[in-house]
Ligand binder design. Structure first.
Ligand code: EAX
Length: 329
């Protein structure tokens, strides 16, 4: 950790600590900065804009949220680091880079763990998801609520993918997520982890052949402009989470903590509603924009190919923990 950044983080923590709980209002003058990796017109953009409105309303204007879109203040891993250090106040991020910060969360990124959106949302909003939120404060992060990125699908510019055998040898951009990288290698993919901010250019220049993301992200990031083939693998459900710097959270009064938590819940409603809407429209929209879409792929074939890594994940996370999520109703 860079000494200057450490000193700045310590200074922020000291000011807040000296000010004490309830001193938040004194610090309320400066808007709280919130950064996301996606555009304003996206499933994350509608969420953080709803969050800002709700915080303003529920704190009678004492707290203002200033939103930054399209990774203006850095990509997702940098945002999480910034919130941890106190150089950024808030972010809404996918779980992509989170295993590096809160390893327990990595279990959620296991491929084909969730049956559908209803299952995933129930797990995250239920005791399993809420328990995972309690793992963040020890890392100087406060997780206000689980949001959503969506079920991820494969795209590429080389050839149609109709089965796992068609993935062999494709150079694919992945998130900086060890679970994804291990699983995709099992498909014979050549994984290239990189920040989302670099993906469009890397696809455009052919540095990588493909990538994988939810339909909502593929449309909001206009990846149809640099990708020809889309396969609806739904191979991973990608959660997202709203994070706040712990020192800033600790400075809030109990009433304001409730206001921020309630605002986060409203943000999640907007986020999920946008994803449901995008999911309804995306395939037709992307076809009109020239993509070739393989809709009805045999997911069991993709899942079967991952048997060796499932054994490893079972050891790593405990098969009972995985089964508890898989069988949750
Ligand atoms: O969270 O990095 C990714 O592919 C993510 O899906 C994107 O940043 C949205």
């Amino acid at each position: 950790m860079h000494p200057i950044r450490l000193a700045r983080a310590a200074a922020v923590a000291l000011v807040v600590a000296l000010a004490g709980p309830g001193a938040g209002p004194a610090l309320a003058q400066a808007p709280l900065k919130m950064n996301i990796s996606l555009a304003q017109n996206s499933s994350y953009g509608v969420a953080v804009d709803a969050f800002a409105r709700e915080v303003d309303e529920r704190t009678q204007g004492r707290y203002k949220i200033q939103n930054f879109y399209s990774a203006a203040l850095g990509a997702e891993r940098e945002s999480v680091e910034g919130v941890q250090l106190g150089t950024l106040d808030l972010t809404l991020t996918s779980t992509g880079p989170l295993p590096n910060f809160v390893p327990e969360v990595a279990i959620l990124d296991i491929p084909f763990l969730f049956r559908d959106y209803g299952h995933a949302r129930a797990v995250l909003d239920g005791p399993i998801g809420q328990d995972l939120l309690t793992k963040f404060p020890a890392k100087n992060l406060v997780a206000l609520a689980w949001a959503e990125n969506g079920f991820r699908h494969m795209t590429n510019s080389k050839h149609p993918v109709n089965g796992p055998e068609d993935l062999k040898g494709l150079k694919m951009r992945t998130m900086e997520n060890p679970i994804h990288i291990q699983a995709y290698r099992q498909f014979g993919i050549l994984p290239t982890p990189m920040a989302f901010t670099e993906v469009f250019t890397a696809l455009q220049q052919g540095t990588v052949d493909g990538q994988e993301n939810p339909l909502s992200v593929i449309t909001s990031a206009k990846l149809d402009q640099v990708q020809k083939y889309l396969t609806l693998t739904g191979h991973v459900y990608s959660p997202a989470v709203i994070l706040m710097n712990k020192a800033k959270w600790d400075a809030l009064s109990p009433a304001d903590r409730q206001a921020f938590t309630a605002a986060a819940r409203e943000a999640v409603k907007a986020n999920r509603a946008r994803i449901d809407d995008d999911e309804r429209k995306a395939v037709a929209d992307l076809r009109v924009k020239g993509m070739t879409v393989a809709e009805n792929v045999d997911k069991a074939k993709f899942q079967a190919q991952l048997a060796p890594v499932y054994a490893d994940f079972g050891k790593r996370f405990g098969q009972d923990n995985i089964d508890r999520i898989r069988n949750y109703r």
